[in-house]
Design a protein around this ligand. Structure first.
Ligand SMILES: [Zn+2]
Length: 590
C-alpha cells in the first residue's frame, strides 16, 4: 500500500507533527532562499523515496529530519532527482528490471538483502556489490596436442559466452621449441585479440577489484620457476600479450619461492624418497617487482593437493576402492574432516602471502577436490566422514549405500566386464555431503583467511570443467569463490561450464566490530550482515569485522558516488550505528 507522509503521521505525538510542520515551513523558506542565492547544482537534493518493505517507516523518520521523504509501492515513478531507498528485503524480478532502467541521476541506498532477489539474480551491476559469475578458462596447448586452431576456437567461444579472460598452461608450453605448431604465435594473437571478441555489454561487467578488465593469464608451474628467471618470465609474458602471471607459490616441500614460515631448509621425505627443497626465496619478490614495472598483475597459486607437511594415512581421503581393499590410501590428498589441519596450514600460507605481498590481486586454489576417478571411484569414506555422515543422515556411509554402479544384468558376462568402468552415480545425500565439505570446509576456510587480511582479493578456482565430480558446484560462489577457471577444455563446450544460471541467495555473517576502511578505526557493532562481493565499481567505506578477524563489506559506495550499499539495516541497531547512519544521512542530503 502506498502511504504518504501526511497519513503516516496519524499515530505520532502532536509535538512531532508541530515540529514537522515547522521544519516543512523552514525548509520551504530555505528552499526559496537557496534558489535565489546559490547556483542550481548546490540546491537541496531531490526527494527521498522509500520503497515499501521492512522498517520503511524508520527510514522515513530518519531522513525526514533533513529531507522531504515519501513512501513508494513500486519503482515505476521515481523522479529523476530522487534518492531511492531499497529496504532490507529481496527485490522482485520486476523491481530488478525497473532498478536497471532508472536514470543515472537517481541516487540509490540499498540495504541488506536488496543485493539479492526472489529469482536468484543480483543487481551487482547497479550496486557495485552483490554476486556475479566471473570466468577465466585455462586452456592447455599440450592437452590439445598443440592443435592451435582449436585453442583459438575455444577462446572465441569463451569470449562469446562472457568469460572475462583466458589463460594458458603453462609457460613451457608457449615456447616455440615445444611444438611444430605455431603455439607461441597463436597464444599471443589470441591474448591480443581476446578483448575485441568479448561482447560490448560484458566489457564493464562487475569484476573483482585488482583483476585486469580482460585477464590474459600466463600460468607458471613450479617447474617454470626453475627454468625461467623472474625478470625473464615477466618479459615473456609481455611478448605473449599476457597481462597477468599466475605463479605456484606454496609447494614448500619441493621448492620455496619466498621466505615463509613454512619454508623447509633441510632434507625431507617426499613421496618416499629424501630430497632437499630447491629453494629460491627471492623469486616471488623479484617477480613482483618486475611485474609492477611492466604493469602485469600477479596471482598466487596454491596447489591444494601439495600440503605443507606429509599427511598421515588416517588424514587422507579414502576412495571407495580403498574402502573395499582395506588398504591405507596412497594418495596424499587430505580429507577436509580428518585432515583439516592441512587446510588450516594452506589457509595460513594465504594469510601470510597477503600480509607480505598485498599487491597480489588474487589467490588461486588449484584443483581443490573431494576425489573422484573417472566417475568410477569416489571419496571420501574415511573414519571422520563415516561418523559425521551417520550422525547427519542416519545410515552408514559405505560405497554400497551411496554409490550406484550400473549392473547391465542383461549383458553376457564378457560384455558386462567391458562395462566395468561405466559411469557411476551417487545418491543425493552423498552428493550433498561432498558439496558441503567443499563449500564449508575448504572454500570457506580460504575465503575467511583472505578476508582477515585483504577482503577484496579475488579467489580463483582452477578445476576441471567436470566440476560436480569433485564436490564443486556453482553455489561455491556464495562461500567466497570469485572466479571459476574451467580447465582441460577440449572444444567449445556446453555453456553450463560458463554462464551458470544465476541462483544467488543471501548468506549472513555475524560481525562484532565496525572498521573504518580509511583509517582502520574500530568500534563495537554487533549485527548480522548479508554477505556480498565487492566489485571494481565500488569501494569500501566501512568493513564489518567478525570475531575471527575476517572483514566483510558493510558500507560501500560506487566510485561515481551514486549508490550506497549497507549490508544490514542500521536502524535496527541505532545506538551502535551512529557513525554509519551519519555517513549515510550526509550522503543522502548532499
Ligand atoms: Zn573423509
Amino acid at each position: 500500500m502506498t502511504t504518504t507522509p501526511l497519513n503516516q503521521t496519524a499515530g505520532r505525538p502532536a509535538r512531532s507533527i508541530a515540529s514537522r510542520l515547522g521544519r516543512l515551513l523552514s525548509c520551504a523558506m530555505l528552499a526559496m532562499a537557496v534558489t535565489a542565492a546559490v547556483p542550481a547544482s548546490e540546491a537541496l537534493a531531490g526527494d527521498v523515496v522509500i520503497l515499501n518493505g521492512p522498517r520503511a517507516q524508520s527510514w522515513h523518520t530518519e531522513v525526514s529530519r533533513q529531507n522531504k521523504a515519501r513512501m513508494a509501492r513500486d519503482l515505476s515513478q521515481i523522479p529523476a532527482d530522487a534518492t531511492l531507498i531499497l529496504p532490507d528485503r529481496l527485490l522482485t524480478p520486476a523491481e530488478l528490471d525497473q532498478l536497471q532502467k532508472l536514470p543515472a541521476s537517481v541516487k540509490i541506498l540499498a540495504i541488506g538483502k536488496s543485493a539479492y532477489s526472489t529469482n536468484g539474480k543480483s543487481p551487482a551491476r547497479t550496486l557495485g556489490v552483490g554476486k556475479h559469475f566471473q570466468y577465466i578458462p585455462l586452456l592447455y596447448p599440450a592437452w590439445l596436442k598443440y592443435d592451435m586452431k582449436k585453442y583459438e576456437e575455444i577462446a572465441r567461444w569463451a569470449a562469446q559466452n562472457n568469460a572475462q579472460g583466458i589463460g594458458v598452461f603453462s609457460l613451457t608450453h608457449t615456447l616455440p621449441e615445444r611444438s611444430e605448431q605455431p603455439n607461441f604465435e597463436v597464444v599471443r594473437d589470441v591474448f591480443g585479440a581476446y578483448e575485441s571478441w568479448k561482447k560490448k555489454e560484458t566489457l564493464d561487467a562487475p569484476r573483482s577489484p585488482g583483476l585486469k578488465q580482460t585477464p590474459t593469464v600466463l600460468f607458471m608451474h613450479k617447474n617454470d620457476t626453475v627454468r625461467t628467471g623472474p625478470e625473464d618470465a615477466v618479459a615473456w609474458a609481455k611478448k605473449l600479450s599476457a597481462n597477468t602471471l599466475s605463479v605456484e607459490v606454496s609447494r614448500v616441500r619441493t621448492r620455496g619461492v619466498y621466505p615463509s614460515k613454512f619454508t623447509q631448509h633441510e632434507e625431507l621425505e617426499y613421496q618416499g624418497r629424501m630430497i632437499k627443497p630447491e629453494n629460491d626465496l627471492d623469486y616471488l619478490p623479484r617477480l613482483l617487482a618486475a611485474a609492477k614495472e611492466a604493469d602485469v598483475a600477479v596471482h598466487a597459486n596454491i596447489m591444494t593437493k601439495h600440503t605443507m607437511y606429509t599427511t598421515r594415512p588416517d588424514e587422507r581421503q579414502v576412495m571407495a576402492s580403498d574402502f573395499a581393499s582395506g588398504k591405507d590410501p596412497e594418495r596424499e590428498a587430505p580429507c577436509p574432516i580428518s585432515g583439516a589441519r592441512h587446510y588450516d596450514d594452506m589457509a595460513a600460507i594465504v594469510e601470510e602471502l597477503l600480509q607480505l605481498y598485498p599487491q597480489l590481486v588474487a589467490i588461486e586454489l588449484d584443483e581443490p577436490r573431494i576425489y573422484n576417478r573417472n566417475w568410477t571411484d569416489w571419496a571420501c569414506f574415511c573414519k571422520g566422514c563415516q561418523q559425521l555422515f551417520k550422525e547427519r543422515y542416519g545410515y552408514d556411509l559405505t560405497p554400497a549405500n551411496v554409490i550406484d554402479t550400473p549392473q547391465f544384468e542383461d549383458d553376457e558376462p564378457d560384455k558386462r566386464n567391458n562395462r566395468k568402468n561405466a559411469k557411476q552415480t551417487i545418491n543425493s545425500d552423498f552428493a550433498q555431503f561432498r558439496t558441503w565439505m567443499m563449500n564449508e570446509l575448504i572454500i570457506e576456510k580460504f575465503r575467511r583467511a583472505i578476508n582477515r587480511v585483504k577482503p577484496d582479493t579475488a579467489l580463483i578456482v582452477w578445476q576441471p570443467r567436470t566440476y560436480e565430480a569433485f564436490g564443486f558446484s556453482p553455489s561455491s560462489i556464495l562461500y567466497g569463490v570469485s572466479v571459476f577457471g574451467p580447465e582441460y577444455m577440449d572444444g567449445p563446450g556446453s555453456p553450463r561450464y560458463l554462464n551458470h544460471p544465476d541462483a544467488f541467495s543471501p548468506r549472513f555473517e555475524r560481525i562484532a566490530q565496525i572498521v573504518n576502511a580509511q583509517n582502520n578505526e574500530k568500534h563495537e557493532l554487533s549485527a548480522e550482515i548479508a554477505r556480498v562481493d565487492l566489485f571494481h565499481l565500488a569501494r569500501p567505506l566501512f568493513w564489518g569485522e567478525a570475531e575471527d578477524g575476517s572483514k566483510w563489506s558493510l558500507l560501500t559506495q560506487t566510485l561515481d558516488e551514486r549508490v550506497m550499499y549497507v549490508a544490514f539495516d542500521p536502524t535496527t541497531a541505532r545506538n551502535e550505528s551512529g557513525e554509519l547512519m551519519k555517513t549515510i544521512l550526509e550522503w543522502i542530503s548532499r
